[in-house]
Design a binder for this molecule. Structure first.
Ligand code: PLP
Length: 380
């Protein structure tokens, strides 16, 4: 089945009389019929709702189908998907290699908590590719990538990084929120764990926060172990909302991705712009890896404005009428933020001007362009 057919069918039953969507089952306790069932459920239904009821299970199955994964853990946020997958892979005495372009709060988790747990964290240049092998040590347990990276949009060479990591038995985790696991499959590319914030495109309507970690084969055991011991779970209502988002994920990403290329193109022509950071553009430094590994773009990208200071960035943002000002992305409404106050980089931190992130939503592309143009003028 092709992508869009799969998205309409994934995680649903296709037999017998049934409602189209999985039921929202509000529960903590699930009663056993007989005492002998308390510790041994012949039908496999767990007796406690932390392990997931119908709507959570339907969402897990749908995500597994989309990425040909064997196991999916749902987490209360995208950030907790990253922390769960990390915890599943590290132990005292270990070493983590982390891409310099990781989402800020993920970086804070690694830098602020792991050293206290006896785990060393070292950042690497996201464009390192197979050169990662020079940084891999005997005790390297995890290589943590995010592709493309937050704010700066570096695309990592996951096959090359995975090949080097697997030589010493290190696991590879990729935050693939940008592709939503739809426009690229990090597990096919060699990653052990693909984790994403479902808050973004999968949810799609700015009304739910959730994350997922997916994996195949033996990698499920350690993930499951950490998930259960940490007690992570999500509400049945939220799982229902994300499943509903999946049905339109393909068309929403297509529209937002195509509009983002159009807008990136027009911005690149403007004299105020020094660089457009969009992997789908031919002038992006990682464009070759992007075209090899991704089938389509998301609608989120960066724009660097020459010589702009924070005050000009703020005048620009305040002049926008259609774009909302706000964090997150992947919803129906276009959003803009200036990134400089939150940028933390060990590599390539020299930039020419101000970095603004645009998340293109589902509005008309000409309306969005007119809004950007008038705001650039108004900010002068
Ligand atoms: C938003 C985001 C997260 C965190 O997701 P939440 O659902 O907001 O916790 C993690 N990684 C990336 C790349 C993100 O964009």
């Amino acid at each position: 089945m092709k992508r869009d057919t799969q998205l309409t069918r994934a995680g649903r039953s296709h037999h017998g009389t049934r409602p189209v969507n999985a039921a929202i089952q509000r529960a903590s306790t699930v009663l056993a019929g007989e005492a002998k069932d308390l510790y041994n459920r012949p039908d496999g239904i767990p007796l406690y709702a932390r392990f997931g009821m119908e709507s959570q299970n339907a969402l897990k199955s749908a995500l597994c189908e989309m990425q040909a994964a064997d196991y999916c853990a749902l987490t209360p946020s995208g950030l907790s998907a990253m922390t769960l997958a990390t915890i599943a892979c590290v132990s005292n005495g270990g070493h983590v290699l982390a891409a310099d372009c990781l989402y800020g709060p993920t970086r804070m988790f690694l830098s602020d908590l792991l050293p206290d747990w006896g785990v060393k964290v070292e950042y690497f240049d996201p464009r390192i590719g197979g050169g990662i092998s020079q940084h891999i040590r005997e005790n390297t347990q995890l290589v943590f990538c995010e592709s493309p990276g937050s704010l700066t949009f570096e695309v990592q060479d996951i096959p090359a990084i995975s090949a080097a990591a697997h030589k010493v038995g290190a696991r590879v985790l990729v935050d693939d929120t940008w592709s939503a696991g739809l426009n690229a499959n990090m597990l096919d590319l060699g990653a052990d764990y693909a984790a994403q914030s479902l808050t973004k495109y999968a949810g799609g309507h700015s009304d739910v926060i959730m994350g997922a970690v997916l994996c195949r084969g033996d990698n499920a055991e350690r993930l499951k172990g950490a998930e259960w011991r940490l007690g992570l779970c999500v509400s049945p209502d939220d799982a229902f909302l994300v499943s509903r988002g999946l049905r339109t994920l393909g068309m929403r990403m297509d529209k937002s991705g195509a509009a983002s290329i159009e807008i990136a193109e027009r911005l690149a022509e403007r004299p105020e712009v020094s660089e457009v950071l969009h992997p789908a553009r031919a002038d992006h430094p990682d464009h070759a890896i992007y075209t090899r590994d991704f089938s389509a773009p998301a609608g989120v990208f960066g724009v660097q404005f020459k010589d702009w200071d924070i005050a000009r960035s703020e005048r620009f943002l305040d002049a926008l009428e259609i774009f909302g000002l706000g964090f997150s992305w992947g919803g129906f409404e276009s959003l803009a933020v200036h990134c400089d106050p939150q940028l933390r980089r060990n590599f390539r931190d020299q930039r020419d001007g101000a970095l603004i992130r645009l998340a293109i939503g589902l509005e008309d592309v000409d309306d969005l362009w007119n809004d950007l143009e008038q705001a650039i003028r108004a900010s002068a």
